[in-house]
Design a protein around this ligand. Sequence first.
Ligand code: GDP
Length: 393
Amino acid sequence: MNLAAIGFGNAGGKIVDRFVEFEQSSGRSLTTGVLAVNSAEIDLAKLDVIPPDRRLIIGQTHERVKGRGVGADPELGATIARQDLTEIERQLDDVPIHDTDGFLVVAGLGGGTGSGGAPALAERLSNIYDEPIYGLGVLPSSDEGGRPSLNAARSLQTFADATDNLMVFDNDAWRQTSGSVSAGYEETNWEIARRFVTLLAAGELDGSQVSESAMDGSDIRRTLDPGGLSTIAFSQADLEAQTREQQGLLGRLRSNGQHHPEEGDLAMKIHGLVRKAVQSRLTCPANIDSAERALIVVSGPPREVSQKGLQRARQWLERETGSVEVLAGDDPRADADALSVAVLLSNVTEVPRVDALQQQAVDAQESTERQAAQRDEAIDDLLTDDEGELDPL
Ligand code: GDP
């Protein structure tokens, strides 16, 4: 499908930046327009690929912001986003809407600008456009502490309500155990781009590649239609150099078109990759049998894609999820050097991390209130003379 992607806040902008880079390096086409929106000039300046005229600074006239960010305050993030919605809309006027299947608003939910701004923008877009508005929300890692959890738990509710489907990525499940946080994010953002772009760009081909059961944008949309929260499974197998060579034009001539891998082996490979994807780490861990719909995309050189394998994998996932509807299709990429499988599990209702986040948020809110009350009492004690001998001014 083709989407207009808006990265809101620091994480949102960096992730959309990686989306574009992944599109360029893999020859896929997902975005019909991109925009990075932020209240901190310094974060916008750090993006690599999104062109400068597609970066928008908001909240500049707000006395507490002035280009320096909102200090992880989502309420301030929402306020300045609402104040500058007209300017954001104006930037989106450039999106070729006839070639666009929907909007994707991307944000980290534990901070301020994205946490508050992304739901506000999604709400506005859904009032203006007939196209679906999807979200990609990044949950904070549990070791970031109470405040990010509180921000994310509050934002998650509003963002899910404001979008036609909110796809989720959980930083906690993807926490890197070594190296700096920013290097960790750099790696994680690639993993996010690989999964989301492989899935969502399925079906956007240049017309030169044929396929028996090609996935298209309407299949993805249909799977996202139930709304709620979604998660993505992914796995990939590098193709052996020899196979690749035989697939190239020269290789095909040299082998006189004789390279025909065994259908049975290919079917087993696809089925195995789908199982591996679903049994590996999801973008947000969830109980897969709580999904309402699912969709399997197998992306790679057409001669590696076995229709029998696709069918078997679909039947297997139907049994695993107990889901009424599982769609499966391929996404032919003649030049791909890997066979990739992305599985969308839509409207999952059993997501332990979301429950934990909500609990952490309630605890954080209670502890903040308790601390505020204790502070009030302490400052009262400090400033009041115990004997009542002083008259206040
Ligand atoms: P904002 O600019 O105020 O929206 O805040 P940030 O985007 O900087 O941070 C919000 C949350 O996003 C943090 O609490 C982190 O959990 C997460 N985060 C920040 N940067 C990245 C990143 O580059 N990648 C990922 N995956 N998460 C990030």
